[in-house]
Design a binder for this molecule. Structure first.
Ligand code: ASP
Length: 331
């Protein structure tokens, strides 16, 4: 049953009047009168990039029959992890500088429970391992050999993640021997997924093979709770894609959620976080970052530094791929 306290929190999300430039709510803001909530659009699932369309479809099967957001996001992103033609996530991902495919993933539910794996090799679905870390250990993050050992103990099969196509791309890259993250390249990005289920609960998942040709051992934002993903069931959820180092520098997804708590719409919150990244970096060359957000009312938004970021939305009324707003065209 909806308590008066929750009602007021939900109401705050619908109020444009509460938009402020500060990150944290002030005592004064908490006392500001708020509008009634808009009609809550649920269930709904959104995810980054074009590969999000298929992922949303799988998540929707769960949401549409009244299932939980946490189960939907796990199942949804697994489609992309298991797709060998996708070279930015899971099986078939582009390797690091030394030819190893290393995977990062995290998952978070409506109770602030979360689990993550980083620098995990030879496992097709790191998100499912992250879920087990969340459900079956007292920890949040397992990395490298320890994460692999845990996965094997839980019955995950090991496989070679480096496909012929990705091996060939890496060999060609080695000839040129450059370390240059590519901006806006489809097939070079994380899948981050956020869902609101029919009970009004939020969850999120984020999974990637990371920056192609990264240094061996590099971990990006995607498995870091608060950077690549953050969920607060009172407010909303956010995830990130793009250059993980820049996202981590501002605790990106946590910031987006806090901005929504402070009254911003998902779009405004993503835009403000992007502007903070821009402010904190001397050079924006090749620095693409996109944020995606979903609030408790089922409102969605996305924003990126450069043009080209898009996201997939699935609800009862729409199945669509939207272009996010952005700060600038290419550099
Ligand atoms: N954020 C990911 C990372 O830095 C990569 C991406 O989304 O493109 O590992």
């Amino acid at each position: 049953m909806k308590t008066r306290r929750n009602f007021i929190k939900i109401s705050a999300l619908g109020s444009a009047a509460l938009v402020t430039s500060s990150c944290m709510s002030s005592e004064k803001d908490n006392k500001t009168p708020v509008k009634h909530p808009k009609k809550i659009l649920k269930p709904i699932v959104i995810s980054t990039w074009r590969h999000g369309i298929q992922a949303n479809a799988d998540a929707w099967e769960i949401l549409n029959r009244g299932g939980k957001a946490i189960d939907a996001v796990e199942k949804g992103v697994m489609v992309v992890e298991s797709d060998p033609s996708n070279q930015s996530v899971g099986f078939g991902g582009l390797p690091d500088r030394d030819g190893f495919v290393t995977l990062d993933a995290c998952i978070m539910d409506e109770n602030n429970s979360c689990g993550a794996v980083a620098f995990l090799q030879n496992i097709e679905n790191p998100i499912a391992v992250a879920r087990k870390v969340m459900d079956e250990t007292p920890h949040v993050l397992l990395v490298g050999e320890g994460a692999l050992q845990f996965a094997k103990e839980k019955g995950f099969k090991t496989i070679n993640l480096l496909t012929k196509k990705s091996k060939k791309a890496w060999e060609e890259w080695k000839m040129k021997s450059k370390y240059t993250p590519v901006i806006n390249s489809e097939n070079h990005d994380t899948i981050g997924m956020l869902a609101l289920d029919s009970n009004g609960n939020l969850s999120g998942a984020c999974t990637t093979s990371g920056m192609a040709y990264k240094l061996h051992g590099r971990v990006g934002d995607s498995p870091i709770i608060g950077a690549g993903l953050f969920v607060d069931n009172e407010v909303g959820a956010a995830c990130a894609t793009g250059v993980g180092e820049a996202v981590m520098r501002i605790a990106g997804s946590a910031i987006v959620v806090e901005l929504m708590r402070n009254g911003m719409s998902p779009n405004e919150a993503c835009k403000t976080a992007v502007e903070r990244i821009i402010k904190k970096h001397k050079s924006l060359k090749n620095l693409q970052v996109g944020f995606l957000a979903l609030n408790k009312n089922g409102e969605v938004g996305g924003y990126s530094i450069y043009a080209g970021f898009n996201y997939a939305v699935q609800s009862e009324t729409q199945t669509t791929l939207l272009d996010a707003k952005y700060n600038r065209e290419r550099d």
